[in-house]
Design a protein around this ligand. Structure first.
Ligand SMILES: C[S@@+](CC[C@H](N)C(=O)[O-])C[C@H]1O[C@@H](n2cnc3c(N)ncnc32)[C@H](O)[C@@H]1O
Length: 182
């Protein structure tokens, strides 16, 4: 990622109030589908709202984001909600791929889209693991280079068992489970 883009994210986060731990609204009604133990990966974690929620549920979490400001906010949120010991956050540029690590029982990728990462996300998912991904979509919005084409998520993750999915209003999302036992 260009340094100017990273600085833009830093600026955006620097001016914001702290995040509150929680699942994004899209996934909140499926909260019970998320495991209560194991390893979670929060891709482009931002200020760590989902990471802190996952850790509060019992998972050990790695969150990665290109913005050092967001990562610092994520560390503070985890500490202030009492889950700092179950969270680790790394500054990483996902343009260079997913940072290496073990397979995850949960992967969350909320409002960050890079189709080049889809194969790496798939192979990082442990057997029986849960993927929760939401991206901006062209469905219900004007076409744009950073928006998913119609059916993109369902096609990219067709080898998973879909728990629920949706597309419309400019967003696409998928909750799906890898085949096999945890
Ligand atoms: C719309 S925010 C979503 C943040 C978080 N997932 C959430 O739902 O609150 C997009 C995030 O992607 C991060 N991001 C953008 N490009 C990135 C890249 N190349 N590598 C890592 N993170 C990136 C930004 O810093 C930002 O935190």
């Amino acid at each position: 990622m260009a340094e100017t883009d990273r600085l833009r994210w830093d600026d955006r986060y620097a001016g914001r109030a702290g995040a509150v731990a929680g699942l994004p609204q899209l996934f909140a009604r499926y909260a019970d589908a998320f495991p209560t133990a194991g390893l979670a990966l929060d891709v482009a974690c931002g200020p760590g709202a989902v990471s802190a929620w996952l850790a509060g549920r019992g998972l050990t979490v790695l969150g990665v984001d290109v913005s050092p400001v967001a990562v610092e906010q994520a560390r503070q949120l985890a500490a202030s909600t009492g889950v700092g010991d179950r969270c680790r956050f790394e500054v990483a540029d996902l343009d260079e791929g997913l940072p290496p690590g073990p397979r995850a029982d949960v992967i969350v990728c909320h409002l960050f889209r890079d189709p080049r990462l889809y194969p790496a996300i798939l192979s990082r998912l442990a057997p029986g693991g849960l993927l929760a991904i939401a991206v901006l979509s062209e469905v219900g919005a004007a076409p744009g280079g950073f928006r998913a084409r119609a059916g993109e998520l369902v096609a990219a993750f067709a080898c998973l068992d879909t728990v629920a999915s949706g597309e419309g209003g400019g967003e696409a999302w998928l909750l799906a489970r890898s085949k096999g036992d945890r």
